[in-house]
Design a protein around this ligand. Structure first.
Ligand code: GDP
Ligand code: MN
Length: 399
């Protein structure tokens, strides 16, 4: 789960990370009023969306008067911000954060990520702050400092000092940098984060180390033990298809194609998507119903896939080990009977209780297209989808 910049800053500041003075606003009027509370004469207005790259997309504005703050916000509120991380549909701006501007001397990139191969938290830092880490690793790979933390002892001072020296931090600021690094590490650990990114972390003109931006992501599987984090969830920033699925305990990833996939197991889901591509189609989603799925769960998955308007054909591909083909078949029948369906559905079952499953599908009297192999299933799904398209075009032409 992701949270907003202002929320991440609030958390990090509790762990001794210095952040600029700032205040949240839900309207241009409130944002303008915030300038009084903050004082000073320069402010940064920042769109709060769950994506980076806001600066280049017009989501971060430097303002020198209350009117400029008002105008900047007036332009942002209710608009979709499209950055290179949001996809073409963008993310809605419903909150802005107003901050006292900071005078930047230089910018540093600082990230904490989970490195799966070493099974440790890895610190990634660079003197080339402000650029995205992908750009830094392409253009200035030699500027990147990496350091893994030994979990038994945590981030030690000497290790944090070494990172600070490698970043060329002036001696008088090393202690401040150490405090910042250790604070981020403790926040990461305390809340089961999967990522903490401060880009840029800046050294200011008046010699302070300040987090100008902050991003945190959390392990969804650990949210149950952090209610103070899970309450920060903002569904307006999520793909509605994915939040609906998450609320129903299904793992679902929305994609851009037209063939809905209902599959068990992530590996089989990947293979199914590849095979659809091979057959000339494109998957509309990745949905894994998991092991031991009851008919109700299958029906739920079906409703979810069908609620996506892009879906013009459905492919159910089950290789039942722990699952049972008869339960899956019952789920498919249950869903199709309760829904008005006007798109082709292809079902391929293999494994435990496959004969019973086939019988249930055959007896249902529903127009389900059955297939034996995965290739056949994908070809039939793509074929039926293309055929439907041709029919629809003909109908439109005839009108
Ligand atoms: P992002 O584009 O979504 O990563 O948003 P950031 O919060 O990183 O802001 C983008 C850029 O705006 C930063 O890299 C800074 O260069 C600049 N910026 C943000 N806050 C301030 C500030 O207080 N003072 C100055 N001078 N620049 C700022
Ligand atoms: Mn940034």
């Amino acid at each position: 789960m992701d949270i907003h910049e202002y929320q991440a800053k609030e958390i990090l500041s509790r762990f001794n990370v210095e952040v600029p003075k700032g205040a949240l606003a839900y309207s241009p009027e409130q944002a303008a009023y915030r300038t009084h509370e903050l004082g000073g004469d320069k402010w940064i207005v920042k769109a709060q969306v769950h994506a980076g790259g806001r600066g280049k997309a017009g989501g971060v504005k430097l303002c020198q008067s209350q009117d400029e703050v008002y105008d900047a916000c007036n332009d942002m509120f209710g608009r979709k911000l499209v950055t290179h991380q949001t996809g073409p549909q963008g993310k809605g701006i419903y909150r802005v954060y107003v901050e006292s501007a900071v005078q930047i001397d230089h910018e540093i990139y600082l990230g904490f990520v989970l490195d799966r191969s070493s099974q440790r938290v890895m610190i990634v830092a660079s003197t080339e702050g402000g650029m995205e880490i992908e750009e830094i690793s392409a253009d200035r790979p030699e500027s990147i400092v990496r350091s893994t933390v030994e979990p038994a002892v945590g981030l030690q001072e000497f290790q944090a000092r070494e990172i600070a020296f490698n970043l060329g931090i002036e001696p008088g600021l090393v202690q401040h940098m150490v405090r910042t690094l250790q604070g981020c590490y403790r926040a990461f650990l305390e809340f089961d984060a999967t990522m903490v990114e401060i880009n840029p972390l800046v050294v200011t003109g008046d010699n302070r180390v300040v987090a100008l931006d902050a991003k945190m992501s959390f392990d969804d599987n650990a949210l149950f033990r952090h209610p103070q984090i899970s309450e920060l969830r903002d569904k307006s920033q999520e793909d509605p298809r994915e939040s609906r699925a998450a609320d129903r305990g299904l793992s679902y990833v929305g994609l851009d194609g037209n063939i809905g996939c209902i599959v068990n197991g992530a590996g089989l889901a990947m293979a199914t998507m590849d095979t659809i591509k091979l057959a000339g189609g494109a998957p509309a989603n990745f949905l894994d119903i998991g092991g031991g799925a009851s008919p109700e769960r299958v029906a739920k998955a079906f409703r979810l896939v069908l609620s996506d308007d892009n879906v013009q054909a459905v492919l159910v591909n089950i290789f039942a080990g722990i699952n049972r083909c008869d339960w899956v078949a019952e789920g498919v029948v249950l869903a199709l009977k309760s829904l008005q369906l006007d798109i082709p559905v292809v079902v391929r079952l293999a494994g435990t209780n496959v004969e019973e499953g086939q019988k249930i599908l055959a007896k249902s009297g529903l127009p389900i297209i059955r297939a034996t192999s995965l290739m056949e299933a994908a070809e039939r799904a793509v074929g039926a989808w293309q055929n439907d398209l041709v029919q629809a075009t003909k109908m439109r032409a005839a009108l």
